[in-house]
Design a protein around this ligand. Structure first.
Ligand SMILES: C[S@@+](CC[C@H](N)C(=O)[O-])C[C@H]1O[C@@H](n2cnc3c(N)ncnc32)[C@H](O)[C@@H]1O
Ligand code: SF4
Length: 474
């Protein structure tokens, strides 16, 4: 059965405003500067050892710059730069592992970047051996060990090696297959190369293979993107991430090399997305939410159907019960209810490790109100509904009274038939699924406080720091 997502350009335009992607609540912009690493040490040593772990390792290096890129990366042709970074990373791994009580099970691991395969095969073996000497990796079938791969950065045996090291999932960065688009973003990647790595990954037994695409890139049109999508569908990835190009040239220097006049108009961009959603759902992909599509038999789709899907810094996941421990520059950890972030600056990161401290620079403590709101936002994003009685039971509140103001603020969305509110709870309709982020934003107290502040602080409103910090939904 094919899924029909309601596509209404007028409605989408009307609701299309900047907003967070809610991989956390409170979102990363609310994290506060910390002066000492003691709080992270306490959190690591006092956490419940029964809670399984999800590890995230950030490898920031890329050999080439893609002009659109908004990731935390270091572009260099000098391969020797990875060696001292690996030494720092191992020291951080060692320091954090030592603080953990018991032998917690690792159920999930993700290597992201930058480009993790910038590391040589020997370095990847060494890093994985080191991790295995410090952590207890689950061998259960449900364990997910994934890596982001730039198909241009693979040696002939690298995929095979990664399987041998225990990786069982992968995500390939593709973005677009059109030559003119690829030239404009400085990422030349022939279709044959992607086909080859897809076939090889599948033969090696990688599961849930994902492909990243971006819409809104220079020279893209409905026609060119439809061609890209046809080829990608033919390659049959299990999952697809179709990201909205976030063009923030004041923040990301390489984006200044993209000419504004080459970008598709907002109308064309919207049409590209509309066609993309129609095509993907017609050929049997399920829209999980927030740019993510998966085959209906993929674990993500099944978890959503069974109401056990979670969302965290790694996006949608089936391992939401884990404490997330990040390693490397800019990585984020989530230990019980708290979020912590490592320095995004390689020099600060290096200095902290060399000075025998943890490289944490930001933290957010959460109170009960944050946790209640987090639950609402995550339920809406993962399961398109929020059931009052579940919230009442978990937090001993009367959620209808607790959220009386927010429920009233949802009235325009009710009138537009994007959601319904009944005695059981809030239910996102088929028509509202693409706009669920707007409902979440109503429950975000920080966002609402910032909006009020920026109206009153009009003298500051034009400085770059006060321009919108989030990209638009579509
Ligand atoms: C760390 S990169 C992926 C791994 C690898 N470096 C690669 O490029 O193949 C993560 C993904 O972020 C997405 N991305 C990067 N910059 C973006 C931007 N400005 N707007 C939207 N998506 C972006 C791309 O789809 C990219 O594949
Ligand atoms: S998209 Fe990937 S390869 Fe390109 S610059 Fe960003 S992190 Fe590096």
């Amino acid at each position: 059965m094919t899924e029909k997502l309601h596509w209404d350009p007028e409605l989408i335009q009307r609701y299309n405003r900047s907003g967070p992607r809610y991989t956390s609540y409170p979102t990363a912009v609310e994290f506060k500067v910390v002066e000492s690493d003691q709080v992270e040490k306490d959190l690591l040593s006092q956490r419940d050892p029964q809670v399984p772990l999800s590890l995230y390792l950030h490898i920031p290096f890329c050999a080439h710059v893609c002009y659109y890129c908004g990731c935390n990366k270091i572009v260099t042709k000098d391969r020797s730069k990875s060696e001292p970074y690996l030494e720092l990373l191992k020291t951080e791994i060692d320091r954090k592992a030592e603080l953990l009580e018991g032998h917690p099970i690792v159920e999930q691991m993700h290597w992201g970047g930058g480009t993790p395969t910038f590391l040589s095969d020997e370095q990847m073996v060494d890093l994985m051996d080191y991790l295995r000497s410090k952590f207890n990796f689950s061998s259960a079938d449900s364990a997910d060990y994934s890596i982001e791969i730039d198909p241009r950065e693979l040696r002939p045996n690298t995929l095979k090696l990664l399987r041998e090291l225990g990786f069982n999932r992968t995500s390939f960065g593709v973005q677009d297959l059109n030559e003119k688009v690829q030239q404009a973003v400085n990422r030349i990647q022939p279709e044959s190369m992607i086909r080859q790595v897809m076939v090889e990954a599948r033969e090696l037994g990688f599961r849930s293979i994902n492909i990243d695409l971006i819409y809104g890139l220079p020279h893209q049109s409905q026609q060119t993107f439809a061609q890209t999508l046809d080829v990608i569908i033919d390659m049959s990835p299990d999952r697809l991430s179709v990201f909205n190009y976030a063009h923030l040239p004041e923040r990301f220097k390489p984006q200044r090399r993209i000419k504004e006049e080459d970008l598709p108009s907002p109308e064309e961009k919207l049409a590209i997305l509309g066609n993309c959603i129609t095509t993907l759902t017609e050929v049997g992909y399920h829209y999980v939410g927030m740019d993510h599509f998966a085959k209906t038999d993929d674990e993500l789709s099944r978890a959503q159907g069974n109401k056990v899907l979670h969302r965290n810094f790694q996006g949608y996941t089936t391992h939401g019960d884990c404490d997330l421990i990040g390693f490397g520059v800019s990585s984020i950890s989530q230990i019980s209810d708290r979020y912590l972030q490592n320095s995004p600056d390689i020099k600060v990161y290096e200095e902290a490790i060399t000075n025998n401290t943890l490289p944490v620079v930001k933290l957010i403590e959460t109170d009960t109100d944050d946790l209640i709101r987090r639950q609402v936002i995550m339920e809406l994003l993962c399961h398109d509904q929020m059931i009052f009685s579940e919230l009442d039971q978990e937090f001993e509140i009367n959620s209808r009274t607790y959220f009386s103001e927010e429920l009233a603020k949802l009235s325009p969305m009710v009138e537009d038939a994007l959601l319904t509110i009944d005695a059981n709870g809030i239910h996102i309709t088929e028509k509202g699924r693409l706009l669920v982020r707007n409902a979440c934003m109503v429950f975000d107290t920080y966002l609402n406080a910032n909006i009020i502040q920026s109206y009153s602080a009009s003298a500051d409103a034009s400085t770059p720091a006060n321009r919108p910090r989030f990209s638009k939904a579509i």
